[in-house]
Design a protein. Structure first.
Length: 269
């Protein structure tokens, strides 16, 4: 699971961002962090002296992000994890008098991506219990905080990773990341003009035959219906459904008319 930190070839700014977890105590948090990273398009995980890794709990919590774990680099110290970076961001809920300037995660995301376009950047997360030490923070150029509830700002390590990676993804795609879905598209192509006009003719015919529309006194009914359906920008499937409904109404009228016709006298003459 070890590789050289500076050997990664960058394709996009997100590819140049390392997530560095320092002295992680629970392997499940490593797996959950890997899962959080993969959902947001980050793939570079470095671990500084983790207590337990590799570990089955990490794999279990990673779900289908075990590829992130398999490529994770385990480092003996922080300097090894940060080697080759041009900028390091410390993730910390604590505001320190001695340390780099702090900025909220959303604002920081734009700055991080700009730096990542120039070279390797690291996001440094501390231990679950104590967070980052002052010595670790002082190795960074900025401190990033998540603007949580000031009365209870404690976040699970993987949750913090997820939130920061989410902000990075939004910033990378200018607030509109691509949506990929395997669902069958619900919409159908727009209905051609001629099909829509046939629908209006069909609708008018049924309204007249049902008695709903008096052709001698049409008033503004048809223009209003045209405006109604025009606003909906009818799709091809929708026109077919509406015409199928009108066909069913016409068949109903036809059967009722046949039932009401008087029977011819078939008796002997």
């Amino acid at each position: 699971m070890n590789s050289t930190a500076g050997s990664h070839s960058s394709g996009s700014p997100l590819d140049s961002i390392r997530v560095v977890l320092s002295h992680t105590s629970h392997p499940g948090n490593i797996g959950a962090a890997a899962r959080a990273m993969k959902t947001m398009g980050l793939s570079r995980l470095l671990l500084v002296n983790p207590k337990c890794f590799p570990d089955p709990q990490a794999v279990a919590r990673a779900a289908d992000a075990d590829d992130i774990l398999s490529r994770a680099q385990v480092c003996s110290d922080l300097d090894e994890a940060l080697a080759g970076t041009i900028h390091v961001y410390a993730l910390s809920a604590r505001h320190r008098n001695l340390g780099p300037p702090s900025m909220p995660a959303r604002e920081a995301a734009t700055d991080i991506l700009a730096r990542a376009g120039e070279g390797e950047v690291a996001l440094l997360f501390g231990n679950e219990t104590a967070g980052l030490s002052n010595a670790e923070v002082q190795r960074c150029q900025r401190t990033v905080f998540i603007p949580a509830n000031p009365e209870y700002s404690s976040l699970n390590l993987a949750s913090a990773v997820q939130l920061v990676c989410y902000e990075l993804r939004l910033a990378a795609f200018d607030g509109r990341p691509p949506v990929v879905t395997r669902a069958v598209p619900f919409a159908s192509p727009p209905a051609p003009h001629q099909d829509v006009e046939r629908f209006y003719q069909h609708l008018e015919r049924v309204m007249v035959s049902s008695g709903f529309l008096d052709p001698q006194r049409p008033r503004r009914l048809l223009p209003k219906l045209r405006r109604l359906f025009g606003r909906s920008e009818l799709e091809g499937d929708e026109v077919n459904i509406l015409r199928g409904l009108l066909d069913a109404v016409e068949r109903k009228f036809s059967r009722q008319g046949e039932a009401n016709e008087p029977l011819e006298n078939s008796g002997p003459k």
